[in-house]
Design a protein around this ligand. Sequence first.
Ligand SMILES: C[S@@+](CC[C@H](N)C(=O)[O-])C[C@H]1O[C@@H](n2cnc3c(N)ncnc32)[C@H](O)[C@@H]1O
Length: 468
Amino acid sequence: MYFISVQTKAITTTGVLASSSGDLRHVVETIAQLPETYNQPITVTLNDRDINIVARNTILLLIALVGESIDKAIDCIIHVWYSALLRRSDNELLQHRIRPLIQDFCLQIAGERSEGIVGKTWTFGQRSLKLVQKKSSWDATLSYFEQPTGLTAKRAQNIRTAVTLAASRVDYTDRALYLLSPSHRIASRRFREDGLLLPFGFPRHDFTDPNPTFFHTEDSWPMTDSADPQYGWSTEKIAQTSSGPATADLYGKIFYFLRATLRCFLVRLSESAVSFQLFSTDVESLPEFLDGARFDRIETSNIADKGWFGIHKTLASLGPFLQAPDINPHATLITSFINAVDENLTQQDRMANITPNSAETKTLMKYLPVKRACASKYDPDLIKFHFGRDAVSRCDHIFDRHLKELRLKEWADLLGMAIKDDPTIIEKWPYRLKLRPGQPGAQAEFDRLLAGGVSGKERYVEWRLVDG
Ligand SMILES: C[S@@+](CC[C@H](N)C(=O)[O-])C[C@H]1O[C@@H](n2cnc3c(N)ncnc32)[C@H](O)[C@@H]1O
């Protein structure tokens, strides 16, 4: 998603807040896709309560900012972001260019109490990066450059594959593989084995150093077995990226897509006045860090889901930081709900679309025609059918009912906010199938949805402040 699309002339600096940001993908796409005519300064503010996220985002942004050649920075960012092992040259850039920036500041604040909040701004020409966090988090950030003593590439790979190829997870792995095309299964298996984000045929012998931003604690790999770089990006854009003659090289496509996207990001960054601010904090304490700032865009990941922060608290905490409509009538807060549909299914909803005559079943049979009788309830085709049902289900009524139950209208009125009936940044259901079965490209679209990291039931809601 890129979240700057419309601007007014009155704005002198655009402020974007990615609250509970997770990784940098939206920030990278936003800056990479800024319209050519856009030439105002931008402030990009990110917060996350997870130190892993903030430390790695800081390191990746510093690589982008320190002034390495664009080609070197692009590949270094790709591998520090996604690969389990780094080339020696990537690790040297980390250790000799980035680490001293953090280390020098850690030395300066050595006498602070560990709970004290301290901030540092680095300036690079007309760009800057400010990091504000507890003194203890500064020390933790420095640990993202350390490799546990004696950790060889081989040992690091064993630690990782104990998770990605765990025997206890074989059912889950097989199910995920079954949703892929045969050639993508081979690529996916290889990524589980070596964790290197590279085209299939690229030599791997240069990748000798465990990525210290992953392996900074002993004996543990910090992600789930299913974590995969493709889940962060549009599967359609990845599919459209050329990987040369190796047309089914899934990770090659991701690699070339990232190279192109990061190139746009870095070029745009080099010619713009961009200030990044990162706050290592929970959204609840974020107001203390924001110092009354107002933002033209606020993106909130899916903290609006019940299991995270919830929509009421999200609006109440972040709504007041949206830019006033008389200054920017396009100012928008974006919320997303990944789990709301599933959490609010009634028994009746569940039964409605699994009957053989339901519209969903009929549509699904066009994508997954039954070719043989299924041997048991564990038959792979039946499992695929089950996943496919999500892809073809229409869930508007379930989500609308949930919105009413939340009494959001009253809550929004109280906060002086309103839902934007016509979203301008991201569609309400961005991942749902757009084509009808039988249309050109429909089967490929369905197969991509089934194989990718989204279900189609993700619902976005955009909010604005109401005048007066
Ligand atoms: C909301 S999570 C969602 C991840 C994924 N979409 C899912 O549903 O599992 C995205 C990011 O929000 C951060 N996060 C969650 N709750 C937060 C909070 N209350 N304050 C700050 N960050 C938060 C997490 O650390 C994570 O990096």
